[in-house]
Write a protein that binds this ligand. Structure first.
Ligand code: SF4
Length: 282
């Protein structure tokens, strides 16, 4: 059996940067170190950081001392304001591309546009963007009519280009003035395209990443449309040998917050399960 491993794997630059900030904080150790929510959407990584002393906390007001690291997807404006009013040391691990979406949304609002964010309203990144424009924005996931005359559109970084384009086209049908800023992260797009190419060749697809990871969920949805035998897992213990029975080609890819070591472990486990001639034990 052949396993096609994607070339675009491991942490994206935003996650790598966040992990460097975390490691630096661990070395400097100025009091307890917190993150507001998980630093990235990968439970393996978050759990291993917990063991090293990084404490994810939901309510920033419970932090009274030490260091707080802003998560990759961004924190809420009110959380940042609270931290600025204390003596807590803040390290900003927000991905620069997420900050760009926030900046563009603020700029559009200042210029009198009603801001439309194409994304998932429950996702931390979108909540963060909204909070920086005083929650004065509209969040949509699909093309729909917006009853405003002057509309400025931005996108969650993990949004698909196709959906973003359709949303812009739909809004253009009725609005008088539209400005659309493409704030989609290229790293996500590149991974998606490669995963789709692999899915065309594979009998089974394995997608590795956190269940909360937006880009992993999108990757999974996209490959499942091409290859119905696709599975989203977080670690090697979730692999089922039955998935590979009689299979010749397995495709393996992962989200932007999936570490290389996890992909390697999963690759080896699949190989071990099915390593014999023509799929061997599968
Ligand atoms: S996927 Fe893109 S936007 Fe998200 S953290 Fe990585 S580089 Fe930043």
């Amino acid at each position: 059996m052949e396993i096609i491993k994607a070339k675009q794997l491991g942490f994206c630059f935003g996650v790598k940067r966040a992990m460097e900030i975390v490691n630096k904080a661990l070395k400097e150790k100025e009091g307890p170190i917190y993150t507001i929510g998980p630093i990235i959407h990968n439970s393996e990584v978050v759990n291993s950081l917990k063991e090293k002393g990084i404490i994810p906390i939901d309510d920033v007001r419970k932090i009274t001392r030490g260091t707080v690291i802003y998560r990759t997807h961004g924190i809420l404006k009110e959380e940042e304001d609270y931290i600025k009013g204390t003596r807590i040391k803040a390290l900003d691990a927000t991905c620069p591309l997420v900050k760009r979406v926030r900046r563009e949304a603020m700029r559009l609002r200042k210029r009198g546009y009603k801001v439309v964010i194409v994304g998932d309203r429950n996702h931390q990144e979108v909540r963060s963007i909204l909070s920086y424009i005083e929650n004065d924005g509209i969040v949509i996931e699909d093309p729909q009519a917006i009853k405003e005359k002057k509309i400025g559109i931005v996108s969650q970084t993990t949004q698909s280009k196709e959906v973003f384009k359709k949303v812009v086209e739909r809004i253009l049908e009725e609005a008088h003035e539209v400005t659309a800023v493409n704030t989609i992260c290229e790293a996500v797009e590149v991974r998606l395209k490669e995963a789709q190419r692999i899915a065309e060749m594979a009998d089974v697809m394995v997608i590795v990443g956190g269940m909360e990871s937006s880009n992993t969920k999108k990757l999974f949805k996209a490959v499942k449309e091409i290859r119905p035998s696709s599975y989203h897992i977080e670690n090697e213990d979730q692999l089922d040998p039955l998935w590979f029975k009689g299979v010749h080609v397995v495709g393996l890819t992962g989200g932007t917050s999936t570490p290389d070591f996890l992909i390697d472990r999963i690759f080896l486990r699949i190989k071990k399960m099915c390593g014999g001639k023509d799929g061997g034990n599968c």
